[in-house]
Design a binder for this molecule. Sequence first.
Ligand SMILES: *Cc1c(COP(=O)(O)O)cnc(C)c1O
Length: 394
Amino acid sequence: MSINYTFQTKLLHNNHKFDPETGAVSVPIQHASTFHQKDIDAFGKYDYSRSLNPTREALEEVIADLEEGVRGFAFSSGMAAISTAFLLLSQGDHVVITEDVYGGTYRMTTEVLSRFGIEHTFVDMTNLEEVKAAIRPNTKVFYVETPSNPLLKVTDIQAISKLAKQHGALTFVDNTFLTPALQKPLALGADIVLHSATKFLSGHSDVVAGLAVVKDPELGARLSFLQNSFGAVLGVQDAWLVLRGIKTLQVRLDQSVKSAEKIARFLHEHPEVKKVHYPGFAEHPGYGIQKKQAVNAGAVLSFELEDEQSMRVFVENAKIPVFAVSLGAVESILSYPAKMSHAAMPASEREQRGITDSLLRLSVGLESADDIIEDFKAALSAAEQSKQSILQRG
Ligand SMILES: *Cc1c(COP(=O)(O)O)cnc(C)c1O
């Protein structure tokens, strides 16, 4: 393995640096669905591509190494990875889950797992007392997402993992927002790290993929069984795209985080912006924990404008970011959680969790931060003018 290299170098110099067969410096895409077997007594390593495929396997090894785990799994989407991990549970089990979890995970928990007799309790994961109070004798999983989506709340992975261990439960961490370049949940005590590789890992808004990594071989064997049973595996072309994206992960993040810090500061100081959620600010309640468990605060932030009307005018006038769901791409992405990522959540739940109708999320890409700031200045000024004209008319 490549243990002596820094993370940045490991992205390129790993077991799949070149193909041992041909020397090709890009992992070959193996399209075969089935593999010829020598004879009735000697089956090769590969037999059928749902179970194992060399291209997918390369990605699975690369992500396992980067997350400092022993085994990785690639799925057809982030939700397929998350849903397959949930299949480790059985009827009667209970999950303690972060209240501002990704909308799809919310839907999976409340509308699918519930039908199979798997119970859940939503908690503010940043409040350890609340987490402790939610534990039941049948609690089997603690589900963490940090920083959370879209409010960027920070959960102490080490503290939750410790609590989970005391109760014989597993800790799942959705590491989509930071990636192993910035945060390594397994090293902090988690059992399974999950990814929507659709986001920063692949990074170019051109593939939907999910990953899971474990550090315990026995848990790896159980997840491997479930991956093969459920069958939501990643296709080989997509596995290759994720492998290619991963090569530039560090430089993309370095640039995007630098810009995110600058843009967050600009928004924070702007009178039209009511609130900025970014764990890179010393005044953010999770700042200390973020500093302790991650390299920096990442490239995603959210901010609240005065009201829904200001938000609408801002979105109409901000020209640089694409207005879309998703995050973690080369282009900046502006999204509206209330109607996009969190549309699956009832309005009352959303409001209660602080996902208001004037909240926007920004995933910072690779454009010049100064250009984005100029663009936002103009959009905020348009929002201000629209407010003035409404006041005058009124
Ligand atoms: C996008 C996302 C998911 C779901 O991943 P898909 O690849 O869209 O299925 C899960 N968690 C987080 C934090 C996400 O941003």
